[in-house]
Design a protein around this ligand. Structure first.
Ligand code: AHR
Length: 518
C-alpha cells in the first residue's frame, strides 16, 4: 500500500481506556478529537515563538541591517524587514550565533562603528566588519519588543570575556566595563536575561570544540562568574544535537548536566530536517522524531535534576527549521549562503514542529526558528524589498494566537506508514486554551484527501463564530517569490455551538481554528 493512501489503522493517544478507543465507528477519512480544558500539559511559554539572527550570509547585514539602503532608517535598520519581523511576533531573539559565536570577541563590536576592527570570520568564511554589535542588537530587540538571548563565546573565548559581557550589559555598578558602556551611549543597563553557554560545543565543526567533560568543566566556571555578576540571568547549556549514528548525544547531555545542573536553567538542542529523497509523506513525519528526542531529553533532565530538588531545568530548542538545499560541499562559505527557498511542504513541517513544542509545553520553554532573514529564513530580501516565504505564515499564525494552557488531546484518526514509522497520524493537532479562547492548530498531512474531524468538548460548549485561518497552496511544492505568493494565509469563519464542531481539513494544509468557549 502506498504511504499516501489512507490506512485502516487508527492513531490514538493514551487518555482513554482501550475499549473506548476501539470504537470502530470512524471511516478512513474521519478523525475524532476530544478536548477537556482541565487536561493541561503545561503553560505555553511565549518564548517558544523565538527567532535567531547570526552573523552569517545576509541574515544581519543585508537582512535586518543595511546601512546606506534607501529602505533603511538613519541607524541602518531595514524598515520593511522591521515591519515583517514585528508582524511575526518574535518573542525572544538569539544572537550572535550559532557557529559564529564560538570565535566572537564582543569588544570588537562596540564603540564608534568606523573604528571597529574587521576580522577574519572562520565559521562561514568571510570578513566580519563588526558594524553590528551589542548596542545594535539590543536596540533591535527593543524595537521589535523581543527578549534578547545572547550566546557567549565558549569556544575560543575566556571566562573573563563572558563575565565582562554580562557586566557590560547588565551591571549598574561603576566599573571600567560599565563606564565604557556609558561612553558608548548607553547609561542604563539592558538587563539581558538569557545567556547561552556556547553553541553546539559537541561538534567537531565548532571553533573550540571540546569533549563533554572538558566543556562541562569550562562552562561551569563561566556560569559561576556570569551568575555572580548578575544572579537574575538564566543560562542555557550547550546540549548535543549531533544525532548521527556514531554520535553519543545522550551521553554528552548527561555529562554536561552533571556539571551544570546547579547553574544552567535550560538545555539547548537543535534539529534541522529535509526532504532530499523527495519522499514527502516521510518528510512530513519529521515531527515524530522531534517529539521522541524531546521525550528522551526530558528524561535525561529529570534524571540529572533528581538530586537537585529546588531547581528546574527546561529545554531551549534554540535552532530548528527545514535546511537541506542550501548546504553541503562548497556552499557554506561566503555571503549569499544558506538561502533556502521554501515551499508548502516546508511550511507544514514548521506547523508540525510548533505543534510538537506546544504538545510538550511542560518542558519546552524556549524555541528559536533558525533564522530570521535570508538565511534559512521566513523573510527574504533583495535591494528593492522583500517577500514572505511559505514558512512565515504558520509561524505567524501560531505565534500570534496560541497562548495559555496547552491541552492534552485524545485523537483517533487515520494514519499512514513510512519506513521508520508504522503509524503516522494524518492529522497533527495542538490546542491552546487561554481565558475562554480555544485555538486548534491542525495540519493535514494527507496529500490528496481531506480529513473530516469532529472536535468533542468534554467540559465546555463551543459558542459563536470561530475564525478559520488556512495556509495552503496549489500543491506541496508551491513556493513564494518576489512576484507572487501562492502560499499564504486565507481566512474565513464558521459558526459553532454545542459540544461538537465538525470541520473538513483540505489536503496538505495547516488550519488554525480560534473561538470562544462557554
Ligand atoms: O543556523 C545555522 C547553523 O546551524 C548554526 O550556526 C549552527 O549552530 C548550526 O549548526
Amino acid at each position: 500500500m502506498s504511504t499516501q493512501q489512507l490506512s485502516r489503522r487508527t492513531f490514538t493517544t493514551a487518555l482513554l481506556s482501550a475499549p473506548a478507543l476501539l470504537s470502530g465507528k470512524l471511516s478512513t477519512s474521519e478523525a475524532r478529537v476530544k478536548i477537556d480544558t482541565d487536561r493541561v500539559i503545561g503553560q505555553i511559554d511565549p518564548k517558544i515563538y523565538g527567532n535567531f539572527t547570526e552573523h552569517l550570509g545576509r541574515c544581519i547585514e543585508g537582512g535586518i541591517f543595511e546601512e546606506n539602503s534607501p529602505l533603511s532608517d538613519s541607524a541602518g535598520y531595514r524598515k520593511d524587514v522591521l515591519q515583517a519581523v514585528k508582524d511575526l511576533h518574535v518573542t525572544v531573539l538569539r544572537w550572535p550565533g550559532g557557529n559564529f559565536s564560538s570565535n566572537y570577541n564582543w569588544r570588537d563590536g562596540i564603540g564608534p562603528r568606523d573604528q571597529r576592527p574587521a576580522r577574519l570570520e572562520m565559521a562561514w568564511g568571510t570578513v566580519e566588519d563588526n558594524r553590528f554589535g551589542t548596542h545594535e542588537f539590543l536596540r533591535y530587540c527593543e524595537m521589535i519588543n523581543a527578549e534578547p538571548y545572547v550566546c557567549a563565546n565558549l569556544g575560543t573565548g575566556s571566562w573573563n570575556e563572558a563575565q565582562q559581557w554580562v557586566e557590560y550589559c547588565n551591571s549598574s555598578a561603576k566599573t571600567a566595563s560599565t563606564e565604557l558602556r556609558r561612553k558608548n551611549g548607553r547609561d542604563q543597563p539592558w538587563k539581558v536575561k538569557y545567556w547561552g553557554l556556547g553553541n553546539e560545543m559537541d561538534g567537531p565543526w565548532q571553533m573550540g570544540h571540546r569533549t563533554a567533560e572538558d566543556y562541562g568543566k569550562f562552562a561551569l566556571e563561566a556560569a559561576k562568574l556570569m551568575k555572580w555578576t548578575d544572579s537574575s540571568i538564566k543560562l542555557v547549556a550547550a546540549g548535543s544535537s549531533n544525532f548521527g549514528p556514531n554520535a553519543d548525544w545522550i551521553g554528552w547531555n548527561r555529562t554536561v548536566l552533571d556539571y551544570l545542573k546547579h547553574h544552567a536553567d535550560y538545555l539547548s538542542l537543535h534539529m534541522y530536517v529535509g526532504n532530499p529523497k523527495n519522499d514527502t509523506p516521510a518528510f512530513l513525519a519529521s515531527s515524530l522524531t522531534l517529539n521522541e528526542r524531546i521525550k528522551i531529553a526530558e528524561g535525561i533532565i529529570r534524571g540529572a535534576m533528581s538530586d537537585v530538588p529546588n531547581r528546574k531545568m527546561y529545554i531551549a530548542w534554540d535552532e530548528w527549521n527545514v535546511w537541506y538545499r542550501a548546504r553541503g560541499e562548497g556552499k557554506e562559505k561566503g555571503r549569499d549562503i544558506l538561502e533556502e527557498h521554501y515551499n508548502l511542504e516546508d511550511a507544514l513541517i514548521v506547523a508540525t514542529f510548533l505543534n510538537t513544542f506546544i504538545n510538550n509545553a511542560q518542558i519546552i520553554k524556549i524555541a528559536n526558528l533558525a533564522q530570521l532573514v535570508n538565511v534559512i529564513a521566513p523573510i527574504f530580501t533583495n535591494d528593492h524589498g522583500l517577500f514572505l516565504q511559505t514558512i512565515y505564515y504558520p509561524l505567524q499564525l501560531v505565534a500570534s494566537n496560541s497562548f495559555g494552557n496547552a491541552l492534552e488531546l485524545f485523537i483517533e484518526g487515520p494514519t499512514y506508514e513510512t519506513q521508520s514509522n508504522a503509524a503516522v497520524p494524518y492529522l497533527d493537532v495542538s490546542a491552546a486554551h487561554d481565558q475562554g479562547t480555544l485555538v486548534l492548530n491542525v495540519v493535514n498531512r494527507n496529500l490528496t484527501e481531506p480529513v473530516q474531524a469532529t472536535f468533542e468538548l468534554e467540559d465546555k460548549q463551543f459558542t459563536g463564530t470561530f475564525q478559520v485561518s488556512e495556509v495552503n497552496g496549489p500543491d506541496v511544492k508551491a513556493t513564494n517569490d518576489f512576484r507572487s505568493s501562492p502560499v499564504k494565509t486565507v481566512t474565513k469563519s464558521v459558526e459553532a455551538s454545542g459540544t461538537r464542531l465538525r470541520y473538513s481539513f483540505p489536503p496538505h494544509s495547516f488550519t488554525m481554528l480560534k473561538g470562544k468557549l462557554a
